[in-house]
Write a protein that binds this ligand. Structure first.
Ligand SMILES: O=C(O)[C@H](CS(=O)(=O)O)OP(=O)(O)O
Ligand SMILES: [Mg+2]
Length: 230
């Protein structure tokens, strides 16, 4: 499996298989939403689109990064979301980097969205599919965010069968600029517990796959043991 690591702006062709990585925090938050019972996560193109979806579907749960805002029910924080019961709910998520990355590859036949909490499940799905090439979309820092790059490299290694020690990858992510900003409380809509939650390796047994459904980019949880689920 040949792995390419690209920032969002570096995407030129439609990849056959894309793994969109956002450790801090979009795809840690989405994984927690599924763990709390969400049925699906709609990745919104814009804040206005998210609000329009909420207006049409008042029972949908809207989530944005940054500070809380009228019309949005949740912020992009795993710690602030993890006690919320989302059983059967549709979550609409809009963030600065993660959701943008998935929408940039929405025409790809297989789009997985990943972070450390779903790393092994994501790698397992790639091993089962055994594609010749995978494009990892490194969503943060114009493709240079250390937390996303280290997670992408770790998943690529595991997908290729490496028995990699996760420690160095997690330490790289822990010393990233994003981790520092979250720890210092620079980012609004965050909790001091967010970094630790974003660095919980394999916290969840499922992977997450996104696909266009009725013109919306919809993220769902999938397992490697179900070959028809992604
Ligand atoms: O909510 C986050 O941590 C970030 C905000 S920003 O990109 O650092 O401004 O969003 P995400 O899309 O989850 O990286
Ligand atoms: Mg990020």
């Amino acid at each position: 499996m040949k792995a390419h690591f690209l920032g969002i702006a570096e995407l030129t062709d439609v990849p056959g298989v894309a793994v969109v990585v956002d450790v801090m925090r979009a795809y840690t938050v989405a994984a927690w939403a599924f763990a709390r019972g969400a049925e699906r996560v709609v990745l919104a193109e814009s804040l206005d689109d998210a609000l329009a979806l909420k207006a049409r579907h008042p029972d949908w749960v809207t989530l944005k990064d940054g500070s809380p805002a009228p019309g949005f029910d949740l912020v992009n924080s795993p710690a602030l979301l993890r006690d919320t019961d989302l059983s059967g709910r549709t979550v609409v998520q809009k963030t600065t980097a993660g959701t943008v990355g998935a929408l940039a590859v929405k025409d790809a036949p297989l789009v997985l969205c990943a972070s450390f909490v779903v790393a092994e499940a994501t790698a397992g799905l790639l091993r089962a599919r055994a594609p010749r090439e995978v494009t990892f979309v490194v969503t943060g820092g114009s493709g240079r965010a250390e937390e996303d790059l280290s997670c992408a490299e770790y998943i690529a290694g595991r997908a290729g069968g490496d028995a990699s020690d996760a420690g160095p990858y997690l330490r790289r992510a822990a010393s990233s600029r994003s981790a520092a900003e979250l720890t210092q409380g620079v980012r609004e809509g965050s909790s001091p517990e967010d970094v630790a939650l974003c660095l919980e390796l394999d916290r969840f047994p499922f992977a997450m796959a996104a696909a266009v459904e009725d013109s919306l980019m919809v993220l769902r949880q999938v397992t490697a043991t179900d070959p028809h689920s992604a």
